[in-house]
Design a protein around this ligand. Sequence first.
Ligand code: CA
Length: 219
Amino acid sequence: MHVLVVEDDQAIASSLTLGLQSAGMTVTHVATGRQAVEESQYDLMLLDIGLPDFDGFEVCRRVRLTSQVPIIMLTARADEIDRVFGLESGADDYVAKPFGLRELIARIRAVTRRLTPQESATSTTVIGDLTIDSATRRVTIAGAEIELTTKEFDLLEYLTREPGVVYRRNDILETVWDTEWYGPTKTLDAHIAALRKKLGHPEWVIAIRGVGFRFEMTS
Ligand code: CA
């Protein structure tokens, strides 16, 4: 596991580097957004938002033009967390500062695990015009590919296992996020909103008040 740490605070970067190395990871550290965008040899990016040249959101946007590499944002403020889970950020997860090394490593492993193809992930699911290829993690509607973040894909894959079946919020959080992490419930809602928008068919993902969600191609 080769982690690219993008952080302009030298003290944080040094302790992050040491901590991740002690967990057996290889670390490259850069301190600017420009350098971050130029790097390509890494498996996961840990991305600070406040950078001297352009911010983490811009880095994320530029990286996503060419790569689906997992990106975990390091956020310092609550309003940043909302933006991380906004529609266009492209980040896969976030860790709020200050964070513990154990928490960070757990989050890295969780994101990585989700990207590792599962046994069932060799099949293609076809529902009407919608095709979900779990092996290549590509989603198309009537042949047109739609770009989903890691979590949006996992969420769609989970909800479409059995169309029409209601999946409970906690089960979705456990499966799509991390069993050890019950994120704020608005995280799920933000991803549902993003997924609906990208699918272009918000009515396919149906909210069951107080229970969860089901996927049904009603149109
Ligand atoms: Ca910073």
